[in-house]
Design a protein around this ligand. Structure first.
Ligand code: SAM
Length: 244
């Protein structure tokens, strides 16, 4: 039986594709891709040509049996997404789950991931963090999600797109406070890579003041709530009650 290789691809700079990723893609009998046109372009740039199989949210469950039949015929397959590591805010989880259940070897070819790249330059506590991916589209659901995260002590990592970055920053200021420390990493590894650091308020101001800062792709790293916020509040109430 063949194996499925889950291959990370660049998030903006083709030079970030690892030599092993290239070898695995070159040797795969078939490549499952989120967007076959996008992946074909990347393969062209690498001088590779492989049969592609579209795998997206809507056909993933149906693809498991098909992929399994290729693997059982001895083929080796690769899974890629448009950019970065498959399954991380990208399709693939159901496929991997289905194949593992069928006893298939699923092996990672690790590489770029926007969340990890942003954390690696943010300078915000990185020993413990929560990856939150994309916030809900609808504003009520988004605000509820942020409210539920307001007391989270671990560093928070969010993905955001250009058209919602300002709204997202405004909702975060409301939920976490203006003074919460954050880093906004934009267009990582690309020509206009920018890393803004400061507070949610200062970052929102910079983004609001410069239309260029609203273009492209974003990762927002937000410091966790101070560990002792609850304890300090309780202590304050205790002292107040005593004095009163
Ligand atoms: N699987 C990908 C990964 O490993 O990072 C993430 C895919 S998700 C559909 C796309 C989101 O990732 C973008 O909206 C943005 O938030 C983030 N992203 C991807 N590439 C980026 C880059 N070069 N700079 C900043 N953020 C990026």
């Amino acid at each position: 039986k063949g194996a499925l290789y889950v291959v990370a691809t660049p998030i903006g700079n083709l030079g970030d594709l690892s030599p092993r990723a290239r070898d695995v893609l070159a040797g795969a009998d078939r490549i499952c891709a989120e967007d076959t046109r996008h992946t074909r372009q990347m393969l062209n740039a690498l001088g590779l040509e492989r049969p592609l199989l579209a795998l997206h949210e809507h056909n993933e469950d149906a693809r498991v049996a098909q992929v399994l039949s290729y693997l059982q015929a001895g083929e080796s397959l690769a899974l890629v997404s448009d950019a970065g590591t498959p399954l991380i805010s990208d399709p693939g989880y159901r496929l991997v789950r289905g194949l593992r259940a069928a006893g298939v070897t699923v092996s990672p070819v690790p590489g770029p991931c926007a969340a990890i790249a942003a954390l690696s330059v943010a300078g915000i506590a990185s020993d413990r963090f929560c990856f939150e991916g994309f916030l809900p589209n609808k504003s009520t659901a988004r605000r509820e999600r942020l409210q539920a995260l307001a007391a989270e002590p671990r560093t928070l990592v969010f993905y955001e797109s250009a058209h919602r970055i300002e709204e997202c920053l405004a909702d975060m200021r409301a939920a976490f406070g203006d003074a919460r420390e954050a880093v906004l990493a934009r267009e990582i590894t690309k020509l206009f890579e920018t890393v803004l650091d400061g507070t949610l308020a200062s970052i929102a101001e910079s983004v609001g003041a410069d239309p260029n800062q609203r273009k492209g792709e974003f990762v927002l790293v937000v410091a966790g709530a101070p560990e002792d916020a609850d304890a300090a509040l309780r202590e304050g109430r205790r002292l107040y009650a005593k004095l009163a």
